[in-house]
Design a binder for this molecule. Structure first.
Ligand SMILES: *Cc1c(COP(=O)(O)O)cnc(C)c1O
Ligand SMILES: [Zn+2]
Length: 408
């Protein structure tokens, strides 16, 4: 069954043959969206077909993924992460139907595994020998994890400043690391050049049209896990804008297939100095680079690479943007750990920080069904977690001291 009609450019709306273009729009360099034959797919995908599907990972959505079969799936399953009813966190901010989706529970401990699963699957399917990518850390550790043992060589470009645990993951999984003495944006451009020069498969976010397709599976899971209900608002941490545009694509796919009868509103949460997407959304102007500086390394982006599709997702969904400070992000790490028992890295706690702020500004209603995404596990950046604890360290120290005195 033919499932894919082709590519459509998110910028100029030009349409292209699926097999003929590899990365971006040949006319304007815009990002490409994969267009499915929903009419045909409807015959195959229904609530019942999904209910009868025993596979609990993103492979269950093969019919609506740009992969031709299971033969070239990466060796380890991804997705079907838990969706918790976050009652204690909800009560704290005055919300009665809050849910938390913990994507730190993926093989390499971040949301990026969804994207890497599809990109690595595509590389294996098309017989690539080398997959390369630039990353703030998680896309890299994820690609290295999913490509390990497949024969595909992985080469990664990361800023030298990436958290150590992420670099350790990349190395342990056997990938080659190019530590760039610069920012993520510089690593991105270097990777682009080297891929062209050596003919490697490029996984770069916003350049490779397959990553968004993996990310959309999170929305499919949310709908299924909520018993075929669509949430009212979804809070998403945003850097390059590939997660939020993927989340939007997922809900739209399900809507087009007739599996849900409404669409949610999306809330983009960005660190206040890394807010290029919110700026473009609010001003109606083109995306312009910002400083990008924030403790949340995974969303520290000067020039977002999937910004156009992210702004479109915000517009189409009737959504809004929320900026948070590093202090609010660190506070949210503690809050979600202590209310919902989930340990998040800074970017992973950013949606929760944005939710607290939005609730304070009454941008959400008390009885809305709201989902916040936790996108990365806290063990990936222990240094920032310790920083979140700075105010409390002293008390901890003296408590330990006292109990030791008591023992002796
Ligand atoms: C990559 C990442 C994000 C942001 O995703 P974008 O597609 O860059 O917007 C958020 N949180 C974590 C943990 C990430 O690794
Ligand atoms: Zn175009």
């Amino acid at each position: 069954m033919k499932k894919i009609l082709g590519f459509r450019c998110v910028r100029c709306a030009g349409e292209f043959h699926f097999g003929k273009v590899k990365y971006v729009c040949p006319a304007c360099q815009g990002n490409l969206q994969i267009i499915y034959d929903y009419k045909n797919l409807k015959k195959r995908i229904s609530r019942n077909s999904l209910k009868a599907n025993p596979k609990l990972d993103i492979g269950r959505y093969l019919d609506i993924l740009p992969l031709s079969g299971r033969n070239h799936f990466p060796p380890i399953p991804v997705g079907w992460t838990p969706l918790y009813s976050a009652k204690r966190l909800g009560a704290r901010v005055g919300l009665s139907h809050l849910y938390l989706k913990d994507d730190g529970r993926n093989p390499s401990a971040s949301f990026k595994d969804r994207a890497s699963f599809v990109a690595v699957g595509r590389a294996l399917e098309t017989g690539e020998k080398v997959i390369a990518g630039a990353s703030t850390g998680n896309a890299a550790s994820s690609t290295a994890c999913l490509a390990a043992g497949t024969g595909l060589e992985t080469i990664i470009y990361v800023p030298k400043s990436a958290p150590q645990a992420k670099i350790a993951q990349i190395l342990v999984f056997g990938a080659k690391v190019v530590a760039v003495d610069g920012t993520y944006d510089q690593a991105f451009d270097l990777c682009l050049k080297e891929c062209e020069k050596y003919g490697w498969y490029n996984r770069n976010t916003g350049h490779n049209p397959f990553t968004r397709e993996g990310k959309k599976t999170c929305s499919f899971e949310i709908v299924e896990q909520m018993g075929w209900k669509c949430p009212d608002t979804v809070f998403v941490p945003v850097g390059d804008g590939n997660i939020i545009s993927g989340i939007w694509k997922g809900f739209k796919d399900f809507y087009e297939l007739g599996l849900i009868d409404k669409l949610p509103r999306l809330a983009a949460v960005q660190a206040q100095n890394s807010d290029a997407i919110i700026k473009a959304f609010e001003s109606g102007r083109e995306i312009k680079p910002v400083s990008g500086k924030t403790i949340a390394d995974s969303i520290s982006v000067s020039l977002p690479r999937d910004g156009g599709a992210a702004v479109t997702a915000l517009k189409e969904s009737g959504g809004f943007g929320i900026r948070v400070s590093d202090k609010e992000i660190l506070e949210a790490i503690k809050t979600i750990a202590r209310t919902e028992n989930v340990f998040a890295e800074p970017a992973g706690a950013t949606a929760a920080a944005g939710l607290a702020k939005a609730a304070g500004k009454r941008l959400v209603k008390a009885d809305e069904k709201i989902v916040i995404l936790v996108t990365g596990n806290g063990l990936k950046d222990v240094q920032s977690a310790m920083k979140a604890m700075e105010g409390e360290k002293k008390a901890m120290g003296s408590g330990l001291h006292l109990s030791l005195v008591g023992i002796s």
